[in-house]
Design a protein around this ligand. Structure first.
Ligand SMILES: Cc1cc2nc3c(=O)[nH]c(=O)nc-3n(C[C@H](O)[C@H](O)[C@H](O)COP(=O)(O)OP(=O)(O)OC[C@H]3O[C@@H](n4cnc5c(N)ncnc54)[C@H](O)[C@@H]3O)c2cc1C
Length: 414
């Protein structure tokens, strides 16, 4: 960056978009827009160095085939390809009891997605954004005033600078102040769950298998990562505990933590050790009924946040990105400006069904597997046995995991 805080042109610099929040979704939007010749200001209150510091975000994300296509189409494929671990199959079990479902694609159908450390995704996005002339990236600052009117958008930053654009995009994550200021009504609830996140070294290779083990207290997921430089096998762990037990789980020594984790793994990967710092995230659901308003579009976790059970949050946000860029590009080709109300209406219509479906399925799964007792467990295993025997249904679920179903934006097609 030219000075310590910004790469922006002088105050008043007018661009097509002002994107508030330069996280995984906001920055992908800026880059995808830039590839289509759309200019943007990206504002993030955090210091990018803090966001990519070791241990700042210990999560790894399952990136669907469709999301991978988006990263490749905006020029990040070469950089990211060596860092992703293919998910070749998914094993779903009810507490490791008999009757699991194995989702393994047919030979030649490709993987079910790839696992990436969030840190690696962020580093790739930030590096590309730094050199992109269509992006003016303003960091360690935030909007203190947002005015949206019939002729454009004006944002005042905390350091006094004024930015102007045709369209304002809120990508500030779950607590988006822009969405709240616009007064969007939200469906929201608290799962009273906390995700304990870390990475594990393990004795046996994972063979590209992701394990989704459902316990009444919450799902327990093991997701394949690439071996480290010393050839040690690794997987990401997302262990969901009830909020009332979270303080105890956080306070455990590493040795106690590993014992508890090993007890839930039933030896599937042999002996285990911690491979990363432990972190925890509260788990809540929220869904905005509306995602547009005058010269405003809301994307990513600002619009929808869900349980990570199916690894869909970021993937859904990336589909928002693909759809918004496509709608804007089509409209601008016809001479419309990015903030045009018709374009925004098209964006909302496109995204609402997909977003509602993914959120509903994710929420139902969380509830279904959270019902304790022998009878619900037996019923679930009966249902899983039925799915296991139905190739068409299994194929449907695998296409969902790949993110390849429904009307996909061009940027997410192969
Ligand atoms: C444990 C866990 C595991 C997950 N695993 C997966 C997975 O496997 N696959 C998947 O698809 N999804 C997964 N998710 C979901 C995924 O992490 C989120 O959906 C994704 O990070 C959302 O990105 P975002 O850019 O919308 O929001 P965020 O990542 O929250 O980014 C928001 C950005 O806005 C900035 N910001 C915030 N407020 C302001 C402000 N007022 N002004 C300016 N800037 C601001 C922040 O600094 C940040 O950079 C998981 C989530 C959890 C909790």
């Amino acid at each position: 960056m030219s000075d310590s805080e910004t790469t922006a042109k002088p105050a008043g610099d007018t661009r097509d978009l002002i994107i508030l929040g330069g996280g995984l979704v906001g920055m992908t939007l800026a880059l995808a827009a830039a590839k289509a010749g759309i200019t943007s200001h990206v504002i993030d209150r955090a210091d990018p160095a803090d966001l990519v510091a070791e241990g700042a975000d210990g999560r790894a994300s399952a990136i669907s085939t469709a999301s991978w296509n988006l990263f490749a189409n905006i020029g990040l494929g070469e950089r990211l390809a060596p860092l992703g671990c293919a998910i070749d199959s998914i094993a779903v079990t009810d507490g490791m009891k008999p009757g699991q479902i194995d989702f393994t694609p047919k030979a030649g159908d490709g993987s079910l997605g790839k696992m990436f450390f969030n840190r690696d995704l962020r580093l790739a996005l930030f590096e590309a954004a730094k050199d992109e002339p269509h992006i003016a990236w303003h960091v360690k600052t935030e909007a203190v005033r947002r005015d949206r009117g019939p002729h454009g958008v004006e944002v005042e930053l905390s350091d006094g600078r004024l930015l102007r654009a045709s369209l304002l995009v809120a990508a500030e994550g779950r607590q988006s102040p822009t969405r709240d200021e616009a007064g969007f009504s939200m469906a929201k609830w608290d799962y009273k769950h906390r995700a304990m996140v870390t990475a594990l070294f393990h004795e046996k290779p994972h063979n590209g298998t992701a394990w989704e083990i459902f316990y009444p207290a919450g799902p327990f997921a093991l997701l394949p990562l690439l071996d480290d430089a010393q050839g040690r096998h690794r997987s990401a762990l997302v262990w969901t505990v009830a909020e009332k037990d979270a303080a105890g789980a956080i306070a455990m020594t590493d040795a106690m933590f590993i014992n508890e984790v090993a007890a839930r793994m039933h030896g599937v990967l042999g002996g285990i050790e911690l491979a990363a710092p432990r972190m925890s995230y509260p788990l809540k659901f929220h869904h905005a009924a509306k995602v547009i308003d005058q010269r405003l579009a809301v994307i990513g976790d600002a619009a929808h946040g869900m349980h990570p059970i199916a690894g869909q949050g970021l993937n859904l946000g990336l589909r928002d990105v693909g759809a918004l860029v496509e709608v804007l590009t089509d409209g601008m080709r016809l001479g419309l400006e990015p903030g045009d109300a018709q374009l925004l209406a098209r964006y909302e219509k496109w995204r609402s069904l997909d977003s509602f479906m993914v959120m509903s399925v994710t929420d139902s799964l969380t509830r279904l597997f959270g019902i304790p007792g022998k009878l619900p467990s037996a019923a679930r295993r009966l249902g899983m046995g039925a799915v296991q025997r139905m190739p068409t249904l299994k194929r449907f679920f695998m296409d969902e995991a790949r993110g390849m179903s429904g009307k996909l934006p061009e940027l997410l097609q192969g």
